[in-house]
Design a protein around this ligand. Structure first.
Ligand code: AMP
Length: 599
């Protein structure tokens, strides 16, 4: 194994390495640094985030530029503002003993004239987001016509974000004979295209296999019904009291919503997505860096800049549309030599994606069960016990000891311990004691989203009959959209949608029964009555004749009230044991014991 000295780095850089406490080069550094120091070459490096790739291109760039000159010689392009700042900060740290070095970050959302002033002072290295530097080039606020080294960092992500045109425009302002170093976690076709277009016979290095996930990360998936996704997330968090995680959602809206729900339920959570102002994003990131936020709910794009090394878990609340993106997500944990876990919550309709991801990352997933309530209670109890065991005594308490002792004069040690722990344990116990099993078995065919094939309803959901079907232009997806819109519900709140010719079925949780039925009381759509009733069909066939009879529109409308009032009186929405959130009600909120921050 090489040392940093063996790689040929100069004393200024070695001193910085000592200051930073890096003891040995990482794999990408070991492979890239000698090549970049000793040859004037283009380079394609396939390496995950967290493998030390900033230093892999940063040290050679710092050693090769002329610090006595104020000309801009190095340009590093990165996809996001956060990453841009992170790289600039790292470069400053690596070059802290290089007298006269000026590294400037240019990125959107911050004063362009301020950044231009910094550049004008003589920036040998500019770290930039594509949009901002393109803007500065066109306004002649930067001059990159003499650069000798260009780095395309996270190239796959920049292309994902649609920066192809910008990159092309930026590079057209640079000398042809510069060296281009491209770093990417994955190698989709688009990155190969850019490598071919902008690079001359590049050397290639790969850390691990292409697209492969790091060995420090284990991959787990949890199979639940789509409607239980949120409760599954809460259980995963509760079963890992010291979790410090990024929770990935597919859309900004879901990101915001999940974060809000978590906060409402007592978790230290925050949202990070593109609809937030830069100021809001900075606040959230600062809180996350300080471990005040345990669960950072983020979109893929916003999460690119997360420069935190000790993330214990990545939770894929929803899988990404592009399977390759999973590599980026899981790369947020298991960084800087630490272990991490990447968890995926999937519904049955998504489970096949796991196999595709396994092929891409060349790693196997473990199928795990969402922990049951009693297990979580035990974990929380033992976590609390350990915390108490490791707590330093605050001697301010000494002066109150006599009064406390008097109070517990007749309490045995065992009783005292039980009482003490019950303060927190009972909150979890009360919440979880009647909780249901959230796991779905892989061969139990109750595919919910397609609605084409399912068996047996669960007692906590209600099945409805609705007198519109395929003839009226509804397939299961359209009907689901219609119901969601009408009822103002989430995508997962309506499930087991099954359309027939002239009528259909769908399910909601029992809690929504009143809302559904009252909405469709005397309800007309496009000039016709749309009738919704409780169905006796729990799914899986056997009642088709009955169903067909009930599709007669006039008859159904007439029967509706009679049937509904009967059903409601037997089936009032119940909350006991349900994990469904109830605004303002404690039964739906998580007990406060796990609210503490990690440190
Ligand atoms: P990067 O992949 O460049 O984002 O680096 C991930 C983290 O690893 C950063 O916090 C670096 O400071 C740190 N790092 C980089 N190289 C080393 C090394 N050789 N030893 C220990 N930590 C390192």
């Amino acid at each position: 194994m090489n040392t940093f000295q063996d790689l040929g780095l100069n004393q200024d850089l070695l001193n910085a390495i000592t200051d930073l406490g890096f003891t040995k080069p990482s794999e990408v550094q070991e492979k890239a640094i000698p090549i970049l120091l000793n040859t004037e070459t283009d380079l394609v490096a396939l390496a995950q985030t967290g493998t030390g790739k900033t230093a892999a291109f940063g040290f050679p760039m710092l050693q090769k530029i002329n610090i006595d000159s104020r000309t801009t010689q190095g340009l590093i392009l990165s996809p996001t503002r956060e990453l841009c700042l992170q790289i600039a900060n790292e470069m400053k740290l690596y070059g802290k003993h290089c007298k006269g070095l000026n590294v400037v970050a240019v990125y959107g959302g911050s004063s362009i004239s301020e950044q231009a002033r910094e550049v004008k002072k003589g920036a040998q290295i500019i770290v930039a987001t594509p949009g901002r530097i393109k803007d500065m080039i066109s306004r002649r606020l930067v001059d990159i016509s003499k650069i000798e080294y260009a780095v395309l960092d996270e190239a796959d992500e920049m292309l994902n974000m649609g920066f192809y045109e910008d990159i092309t425009a930026i590079l057209s302002n640079t000398p042809i004979d510069k060296c281009t170093w491209l770093f990417s976690a994955t190698m989709p076709k688009e990155v190969s295209v850019i490598a071919k277009k902008f690079m001359d016979n590049p050397q290639e290095i790969t850390v691990g296999n292409k697209n492969e996930s790091t060995n420090n990360v284990s991959h787990e998936y949890y199979l639940v019904n789509a409607r239980d996704r949120y409760n599954a997330l809460k259980r995963l968090a509760d079963a890992n009291p010291d979790i410090f995680s990024v929770v990935f959602c597919r859309t900004k809206r879901d990101t915001q919503k999940v974060a809000e729900q978590l906060i409402e339920d007592g978790y230290n959570a925050g949202a990070l997505h593109g609809d937030l102002s830069q100021n809001q994003r900075d606040l959230v990131m600062n809180a996350f860096r300080k471990n005040q936020i345990q669960m950072l709910v983020a979109t893929d794009v916003a999460a690119r800049g997360i420069d935190v090394d000790d993330i214990t878990h990545v939770i894929n609340y929803q899988l990404p549309d592009e399977i390759e993106t999973y590599t980026h997500r899981s790369g947020r944990t298991g960084r800087a030599g630490k272990k991490g876990v990447s968890m995926v919550i999937v519904s049955k309709s998504e489970v096949r994606k796991i196999k595709s991801i396994e092929r891409i990352i060349k790693k196997q997933f473990d199928k795990k069960d969402i922990p049951d309530g009693m297990y979580i209670c035990e974990v929380q109890l033992m976590s609390l016990a350990n915390k108490i065991h490791n707590t330093e005594i605050n001697h301010e308490i000494d002066k109150h000891l006599t009064s406390i002792n008097n109070l517990f004069e007749n309490t045995t040690k065992d009783e005292l311990i039980k009482k003490f722990f019950s303060v927190e344990f009972s909150r979890f116990y009360n919440y979880y004691q009647k909780s249901k099993n959230l796991n779905v078995t892989e061969n139990f065919d109750d595919r919910d989203d397609s609605g084409r094939d399912y068996r047996g309803g669960q007692s906590n959901s209600t099945r409805y009959f609705i007198n519109v079907g395929n003839k009226d232009g509804y397939d299961w997806m359209k009907l689901k959209d219609f119901l969601r819109e009408q009822l103002g519900l989430d995508r997962d709140a309506i499930f087991k949608v099954e359309t027939k010719d002239s009528f259909s079925f769908f399910n909601t949780e029992n809690e929504l029964k009143d809302k559904v039925l009252s909405h469709f009381t005397d309800f007309q759509h496009d000039g016709r009555y749309v009738n919704v009733e409780i169905s006796e069909n729990r799914g899986g066939g056997g009642r088709k004749r009955n169903d067909r009879n009930r599709s007669g529109r006039k008859e159904a409308s007439g029967k509706r009230k009679e049937r509904r009032s009967g059903t409601n009186s037997h089936n009032k929405p119940r909350r006991s044991g349900s994990e469904f959130k109830s605004k303002g009600s404690h039964s739906g909120s998580r007990p406060a014991v796990a609210r503490r921050s990690r440190r």
